[in-house]
Ligand binder design. Structure first.
Ligand code: HQG
Length: 177
């Protein structure tokens, strides 16, 4: 497997299904590094050097070690209930959300909901949102009135790797591009 493929597999384990290698996340989303290495090494060449290289080079900086590198977690993107100690923050006046055409009718009716994840993921710029949307087919972009939402009492969080997160975005704060 390439480093990129292994990183994807780590995302599956650290965000969604730790049970695929027989481990579990603690309440803060951490797993024991030794257990992660042992679990992944059952099916492919994997050791601390490879793990460190993935954490260092992952293009979205998806993972963080704790201070002494005995534990590791995903910075965001989870579907399982964990508290990754997200930083609550005032968002910029506008944020972006990229999605696929097939979701538009439903979004225009219900607004943005987290679906299988813990939060709705928002991007800081058009380019990033276009990439995120393309994962779902032909991309459709929305501008989110995040400043107005914030003034209306909605909470926003900024993950360690720069993804803005919020629990929902009602239709009135969305503008389709
Ligand atoms: C859509 C990637 C119907 C939503 C990216 C999205 C991101 C609705 C899809 C991160 C809806 C869920 C997350 C509604 C929202 N009706 N569809 N009411 N509300 N949706 O993959 O935001 O590479 O769970 O628009 O960079 O695409 O994994 O979320 O299209 O940061 O690190 O439901 O994943 O990062 O899809 O992507 P996802 P997302 P990684």
């Amino acid at each position: 497997m390439s480093l990129k493929e292994t990183s994807k597999y780590m995302s599956l384990i650290l965000r969604h299904k730790p049970e695929v290698i027989g481990i579990s996340l603690d309440e803060y989303g951490w797993v024991n590094v030794d257990e992660l290495i042992e679990g992944i090494a059952k099916t492919q060449k994997f050791d601390m050097d490879i793990l460190e290289e993935i954490v260092r080079t992952d293009e979205k900086q998806r993972y963080s070690f704790n201070e002494d590198k005995t534990k590791i977690r995903a910075n965001q993107g989870h579907s399982v209930q964990v508290d990754v100690e997200l930083e609550e923050k005032m968002p910029p006046e506008e944020l972006w959300h990229g999605t696929g055409e097939k979701f538009v009718a439903s979004i225009d009716e219900q607004g943005l909901i987290p679906k299988s994840r813990l939060y709705v993921h928002l991007s800081k710029d058009e380019e990033t949102a276009t990439k995120v949307g393309s994962r779902h087919g032909r991309p459709v972009l929305y501008i989110v009135s995040s400043g107005q939402m914030y003034r209306d009492g909605y909470k926003f969080y900024l993950s360690k790797n720069g993804v803005w997160l919020t629990k929902e975005v009602p239709v009135k704060y969305l503008k389709k591009i």
